[in-house]
Write a protein that binds this ligand. Structure first.
Ligand code: SF4
Length: 468
């Protein structure tokens, strides 16, 4: 996934840039990067943050980066920011999203024999550099960004730091957010609004899909009006957004509370208490408990002093080990009890299987599960949401294969809650996880909990519906 932050100011703003970027650390585990514009040119620093937090890697660097404008990124993939010298001038660029047709776009560009890419990202293409190449093909940043948005499959939101200010561009269908903030003498742009309160920024406006603005310390200008088709990622609210953030002016924690309340209204059970799998399951669990009039307890606690980050390493074995090590069960709360867990989602289900087994080992009598979203049937096509998620590894897809006995193309019956096939799939997953009951959130309830019309939300991973 990843997140970006940028700021222009009348005074040195490196501290705000440092903390503003750091507040995106829940969105990526691979790379952190900062770029600033100074009188003597651009300064850029990129660090590997796989085994250390962003702040500990950059706290020395920022001493050399005092500046009045800068951009930062937390990236799960590419090295960023990229510094570019082109006919548009010198600039630095950061981007989030996924360019799914990157190989084809690069091949087409190479045919001219005048274009090349210099950042090698493993065996793949550095998508931020590719974005810059597409921008450089036009006569202005505005038309270049338009060329980028029209050429790519997937999504790309970005910030461009120039000598005069910062371009902020939200992806064509607004799958990822870009939000403009303001405080006296400063403008900032961010993926996550949780970066704003402690830096004393107020939200100025949420950019619309495909909108482009140019910010300077004096203000901002709209350089491209928003399009009329919004497809913001629903998973932002369910799982990977930070509780203190808002998208389209709708807060994440509030939405999770509403998700839990919807879950509580359907399929009630007799239990001793409600819990949530940390971190994002907690907001859903609190909403469930409040609606059901039941106590909320923490039979697992997260060991935050060293396991502070919510995303995990890409290697599955390491990820499973980390998942186990950072949650500590409390036997006194578990032994002899019947309880219900809210979870943001069930992806593969392997970690959850281990978690449930441990709860029974510690004496749980019944373990009920209520995921805050419907079964994940399709992998994400629009964001680099998780590279390790192969569609056929999804718990729902494995269950479908078991029900059908073979691979099938038409999955529509499995995406509609209440059909015989849906019920059979849900029951397979329940059995595999050894849960007392399992009831997924209905898509209509998830949409109602977010509060935007369904047609403005991307719900592809649950129902396979995409913009025509
Ligand atoms: S497919 Fe799922 S994860 Fe991807 S943008 Fe849509 S809702 Fe988000």
């Amino acid at each position: 996934m990843g997140g970006v932050f940028g700021i222009t100011s009348w005074e040195d703003c490196i501290t705000d840039l440092f903390y503003g970027t750091d507040y995106h650390s829940h969105l990526g585990t691979k790379r952190g990067g900062l770029a600033v514009r100074r009188e003597d040119g651009f300064v850029r620093v990129i660090h590997n943050i796989e085994n250390a937090q962003f702040r500990s890697k950059f706290d020395q660097d920022i001493e050399q980066m005092h500046s009045w404008s800068g951009i930062g990124v937390i990236s799960d993939f590419d090295n960023q920011p990229i510094l570019i010298r082109s006919h548009l001038g010198d600039y630095a660029i950061v981007a989030v999203g996924a360019i799914k047709n990157a190989d084809r776009l690069a091949r087409d560009a190479f045919k001219s024999r005048r274009l090349h890419l210099s950042e090698i990202h493993g065996s793949g293409i550095n998508q931020t550099e590719l974005a810059a190449m597409l921008i450089n093909q036009e006569e202005s940043f505005e038309s270049g960004i338009q060329n980028l948005q029209d050429s790519i499959e997937g999504s790309c939101s970005l910030l461009i730091l120039t000598e005069k200010g910062i371009y902020a561009a939200r992806d064509k269908y607004g799958r990822t957010p870009i939000v403009l903030g303001k405080k006296a003498g400063n403008y900032a742009v961010t993926s996550e609004t949780c970066a704003f309160p402690n830096l004393e920024f107020d939200v100025e406006r949420y950019l619309g899909p495909g909108e482009v603005v140019f910010i300077t310390p004096e203000g901002y200008e709209q350089r491209k009006a928003p399009g009329d088709r919004l497809q913001i990622c629903s998973f932002l609210w369910v799982y990977y957004g930070y509780p203190a953030s808002s998208y389209e002016a709708i807060n994440v924690e509030d939405t999770r509370n509403r998700c839990g309340a919807y879950l509580a209204r359907r399929n009630p059970v007799k239990i001793d208490f409600v819990a949530g799998i940390p971190d994002s399951g907690v907001g859903h669990g609190l909403g469930y408990a409040a609606e059901a009039g039941l106590p909320f307890k923490r039979p697992f606690v997260k060991y935050t002093p060293t396991w502070a980050r919510s995303f995990m390493p890409q290697n599955q074995n390491v990820r499973d080990l980390v998942a186990r090590m950072k949650l500590i069960p409390i036997k006194d709360l578990i032994n002899g009890k019947k309880f219900l867990f809210c979870e943001d989602s069930i992806v593969r289900g392997t970690q959850l299987q281990d978690t449930v087994r441990r709860l029974y080992d510690f004496g749980a009598l019944e373990v009920h599960m209520r995921p805050a979203c419907p079964p994940l049937v399709y992998g994400c096509k629009f964001l680099n949401f998780s590279v390790s998620r192969s569609e056929m590894d999804l718990a729902a897809r494995r269950a479908i294969r078991e029900v059908e006995g073979e691979y099938i193309q038409d999955l529509s019956d499995y995406t509609r809650e209440g059909t015989a096939k849906y019920n059979a799939m849900e029951e397979r997953i329940r059995q595999r996880l050894n849960l007392t009951t399992l009831k997924y959130q209905r898509l209509e309830d998830l949409v109602a909990a977010i509060g935007l019309p369904k047609e403005k939300l991307c719900t592809y991973c649950w129902d396979g519906v995409e913009l025509e």
